[in-house]
Design a binder for this molecule. Structure first.
Ligand code: UD1
Ligand code: CA
Length: 457
């Protein structure tokens, strides 16, 4: 029996007060719609249809993928009208799961549990909320059978007291779709064709309806405003922090951590406050991360210490290194073991060998740096001539004096010493001292310029 998934994402998101449609807004660095598409894909359905409309082509342009069918709803006349637009793309038989593009945190476990079992009835995923305001209420008869869903604006005072709400997630056998959707009217306060109206219609046709109540209400929370977006972000982050704590990671304050992607940690990893992890980050055994670091798509090997205020992106850091405070590792940085990168050192597209140290104020770009190299304070690889970029090669056991400029392309051969203040324009031979300073002179009785009466008007 084929499973189809339809994701409704055509609404305007009026309450977001944004020029963009709602579903590209992000929770944990990922668009709301991408969370829902991810959940849909895990169910391995035959088809995934996304109904879009408000905001024009932004949604298909942003989310295009070979397995997604985009269907335009124009104008947007309500959730029932939205599902009707997808109908021609669905299988004649099977089951359609309706997801809402603004309900991003439903877990795969819950969806699988929801879909298990009945295939000839209409299923509604419900939950109880302490504050049900804004949601459609689930109406049950004396026997507990669901008879209707009433939207907040159409509800009576008594109905408003009901705390069981419609998550928006429904499973509808495809054989009933066409018949029910054609019959929906817009006789409600919002003058919209509500998908929720099919419940009362189905009752009239004696189609069975079942409700499954999900335990964790947060799984069904929707985003209609920036307040709800922020609430969902915090909720997601506290779940991430909880998972890390339960797997043995030390978080100095679980409320001050942001994971916007996948963070995996070995044993005895410690993370200080206000760190942000983006993309895929792997921290191996014994790694410690100081306060206020931003780390994106990087791997840190065992025993390395990242000190506070580091910014690290697309980097590979070996074991037992010491990075920071205030270091910036840009894409293409690959550092071997026991390396020290200190404050205000920027590294880009550069390989650094074991035990090399660059402790203060340097730019190392497009370079190959060997083992046991000492890079003095203020040393800079000049990799760019305004049009092209060139490589600097520094071989093993080199000592680069402070305030040195290495004008690429240039090679500093094994064991060479470069005197402080040198501007290196040619390769430096192995084992020798190379320096480009003029001789130091002292002028006796030197008179400093004295202040004249203004000469420049
Ligand atoms: C909807 C449900 C409500 C439920 C709540 C759960 C209806 C009528 N109401 O209310 O029972 O408790 O979700 O979060 O379904 N959309 C379209 N086309 C449209 C209108 C909306 O694609 O013409 C999409 C929106 O982009 C959104 C979803 O449908 O992703 C829900 O629409 P929204 O307006 O947010 O409905 P709610 O008022 O939240
Ligand atoms: Ca909503």
């Amino acid at each position: 029996m084929p499973l189809n998934v339809v994701i409704l994402a055509a609404g305007k998101g009026t309450r977001m007060f944004s020029s963009r449609p709602k579903v590209p807004h992000e929770v944990a660095g990922k668009p709301l719609l991408a969370h829902v598409v991810h959940s849909a894909r895990q169910l391995k359905p035959k088809k995934i249809c996304i109904v879009y409309g408000h905001g024009g082509e932004i949604i298909p342009q942003t989310f295009r993928a070979p397995d997604l069918i985009f269907v335009k709803q124009e104008p947007q006349l309500g959730t029932g009208h939205a599902l009707l637009q997808a109908l021609p793309h669905l299988n004649k038989t099977g089951l359609t799961l309706v997801l809402y593009g603004d309900v991003p945190l439903t877990t795969n476990k819950t969806l699988t549990w929801f879909l298990a079992g009945e295939r000839n009835s209409i299923g509604i995923l419900t939950t109880r909320l302490d504050d049900p305001s804004g949601y459609g209420r689930i109406i049950r008869d004396a026997k507990g059978t669901i008879t209707a869903i009433v939207e907040e604006r159409d509800a009576t005072v008594q109905q408003l007291k009901i705390t069981e709400i419609n998550s928006g997630i429904m499973a509808i056998p495809n054989q009933f779709l066409s018949g029910l959707l054609q019959k929906i009217d817009n006789h409600n306060a919002q003058k919209e064709f509500f998908l929720t109206s099919i419940i009362a219609l189905a009752r009239k046709q004696n189609i069975c309806i079942y409700g499954k109540q999900v335990e964790h209400g947060w799984e069904t929370l929707g985003v209609n405003s920036k307040t709800q977006l922020a609430q969902l972000e915090r909720l997601h982050q506290s779940l991430e922090a909880h998972k890390l704590l339960e797997s043995g990671v030390t978080l100095l304050d679980p409320t001050r951590l942001d994971v916007r992607g996948e963070l995996s940690c070995g044993n005895d990893v410690s993370i200080d406050v206000n760190c942000i992890f983006e993309g895929v980050v792997k921290l191996n055994d014994g790694v410690s991360i100081g306060a206020n670091c931003v780390i994106k798509n990087s791997i840190v090997a065992a025993g390395t210490k990242i000190l506070p205020f580091c910014h690290i992106e697309d980097a590979k850091i070996g074991r037992d290194c010491r990075i920071g405070p205030y270091a910036r590792l840009r894409p293409g940085t690959a550092i071997e073991a026991e390396v020290h990168i200190g404050n205000f050192v920027e590294v880009k597209n550069t390989k650094i060998g074991t035990k090399t140290k660059a402790n203060h104020l340097s730019y190392l770009g497009d370079s190959l740096i060997g083992r046991n190299v000492n890079i003095g304070a203020g040393a800079i690889t000049c990799n760019y001539d305004g049009a092209n970029k060139y490589q600097t090669i520094i071989e093993d056991d080199v000592f680069i004096g402070s305030d040195t400029q290495l004008i690429a392309p240039v090679v500093v051969k094994r064991g060479a010493t470069i005197g402080a203040g040198t501007t290196l324009t040619k390769d430096a031979p192995a084992g020798a001292l190379t320096l480009s300073r003029t001789k130091q002179v002292s002028i006796k009785n030197w008179k400093r310029p004295a202040k004249k009466k203004s000469v420049v008007k």
